[in-house]
Design a protein around this ligand. Sequence first.
Ligand SMILES: CC(C)(COP(=O)([O-])OP(=O)([O-])OC[C@H]1O[C@@H](n2cnc3c(N)ncnc32)[C@H](O)[C@@H]1OP(=O)([O-])[O-])[C@@H](O)C(=O)NCCC(=O)NCCSC(=O)C[C@@](C)(O)CC(=O)[O-]
Ligand SMILES: NC(=O)C1=CN([C@@H]2O[C@H](COP(=O)(O)OP(=O)(O)OC[C@H]3O[C@@H](n4cnc5c(N)ncnc54)[C@H](OP(=O)(O)O)[C@@H]3O)[C@@H](O)[C@H]2O)C=CC1
Length: 572
Amino acid sequence: MALMNACMQREKAYKNSKALASDALPLPVAFTNKVFFVLFFGSSYYLIQRWREKIRTSTPLHALILGEIVAMVILLASFIYLLGFFGIDYVQNIIGKTWDFDSDREISSNNNNNGNSSCSVEKEKSKLRQAQFNGKSIADNRDEEIAFAVGNGSLASYSLEATLGDCKRAASVRRRAVELMTGRSLEGLPLEGFDYQSILGQCCELPVGYVQIPVGVIGPLLLNGSEYMVPMATTEGCLVASTNRGCKAIYQSGGATSILLRDGMTRAPVVRFPTVKRTAELKFYLEDPINFDTLSVLFNRTSRFAKLQGIQCALAGRNLYMRFCCSTGDAMGMNMVSKGVQNVVDYLQDIFPDMDVISISGNFCADKKATAVNWIEGRGKSVVCEAVIKEEVVTKVLKTSVPSLLELNMIKNLAGSAMAGAIGGYNAHAANIVTAIYIATGQDPAQNVESSQCITMIEEANGKDLHISVTMPCIEVGTIGGGTHLASQAACLNLLGVKGANSDLPGSNSQCLARIVAGAVLAGELSLLSALAAGQLVKSHMKYNRSCRDIASSDPLVDPTVEGKSDITCFS
Ligand SMILES: CC(C)(COP(=O)([O-])OP(=O)([O-])OC[C@H]1O[C@@H](n2cnc3c(N)ncnc32)[C@H](O)[C@@H]1OP(=O)([O-])[O-])[C@@H](O)C(=O)NCCC(=O)NCCSC(=O)C[C@@](C)(O)CC(=O)[O-]
Ligand SMILES: NC(=O)C1=CN([C@@H]2O[C@H](COP(=O)(O)OP(=O)(O)OC[C@H]3O[C@@H](n4cnc5c(N)ncnc54)[C@H](OP(=O)(O)O)[C@@H]3O)[C@@H](O)[C@H]2O)C=CC1
């Protein structure tokens, strides 16, 4: 019955978009469905009973009485109704889903082959191809002329990819147009050496080049018995060196252990009702376990990998914030969770017609913001990582002592952050390591905000050694989707052995990456805290983080002959 109910409610969500037999009836769909179910099973039961009776009394089966004829008509009618309502729609959904995947594949293969991102781009492209400029098709003009047209506004800059059918040429022309418009040179921002087709429709609009960020590598990071060489993209000198020192200390102490506590991405739409009473009704509806099956069926059908785990509600007057949480396989999952939530919200709109959807994101998610809800409930992967660092390693490699680190962590990371009113900022520099690995491996770098939430604990172990742990509730990483497929980022994921989707165990690649992030953060915390305890910080940054070269005179945009510009002091 629960399944039947689930099916009935699930199909209702599509009532608005698909014509169904039930639409013709002036009755609520849930009611007519129940009536036809009862008629179907009632008539079936009656006919079976009659059939058995006829066999027992040797009456010919074709000799029908009026009641049997009526029952057969009812059976046929209810069968047609139910088939029309569930069966055909179900088949259509399967076909529809298959088609969706095919079209997704078509889109991505187009991306790879000729730069078209979608059918709409294809249509746009043919429209634009017909457009004339200087009496010829746009693509037949010289780049300088096209750039001029973009610069003076007669040609939309974002239509260049579709118009020219060549992503690299589009970026080059746009770049020139920007230079013409601003009168400033983009020399120094590279154009060559990048696959612009790979970002179309997925990673970046209006490209004019790419920024180069050096990638350093730390390791081996000995984590859960495996060794990892971890890539970090950064321009902060000293960061890689420091984290590498932390890896050495961990390695010489026998390695670190990293454990995944939970894995679920969240999205929280906000809706409003005319009264608080109605808002509370939706809250109770969402919290009723009977309804969860229906909602998860609706949610899960939007993806092969997204699986709804739960919905947490928070109410503010007439507004309800519904924090959906789901597993997302090897993807970070923001697009996936948003797609699933949209499907559920459409369905809820159907049964709560007075519900006003304010926004698919109501900030109770909470994406790219430092919040208590993430800190307490977690978002993405929640990971804890620990290591016991031997006393002699603390002395020789980290150049400090166990008591100094204990005291520093308590006064700085715990009390100091409490004084600052931090939310999840009970660490020294988790954000440094998180962001550098995120950029190197194609993650969404803006999610460093909550991904860097971390509490670093340092305690004594075995009477003389040091126990350190980092607890990170919101590591939001994926090994598929976003920027993970780009050549450089994919190479970094490959270095870690977690490139792409794990077909045997979906989710295990991204979970492994999250553990590595926590392991690297542990290394970073160890080293920076040690440098601070030993009073080494400024000296080390003057060595690795400030060039001895005359920066001003090496800048091509600065005239070195201008007086005073070369007056740079070298600290070392
Ligand atoms: C995508 C649009 C802009 C379409 O918006 P639209 O209004 O449908 O677009 P349009 O075709 O009518 O064009 C309007 C203008 O948009 C620009 N535009 C339009 N298309 C392009 C293009 N291809 N390349 C460059 N510019 C474009 C362009 O300026 C254009 O004017 P025109 O030049 O034609 O006169 C809109 O739907 C939009 O802004 N969507 C929101 C996307 C967004 O902001 N994403 C950020 C990531 S979400 C996130 O990370 C954080 C989150 C959401 O989780 C935080 C939270 O919790 O809230
Ligand atoms: N929409 C939003 O509000 C926001 C979006 N973003 C952006 O979203 C992007 C990331 O979204 P995300 O959903 O992670 O990625 P994608 O949108 O790329 O979705 C992942 C795709 O990979 C497919 N897939 C294949 N194998 C697997 C597997 N093993 N595990 C998981 N998925 C698999 C999924 O299939 P299927 O189709 O079956 O699910 C899906 O189509 C980033 O670019 C990020 O910057 C960031 C913040 C907010």
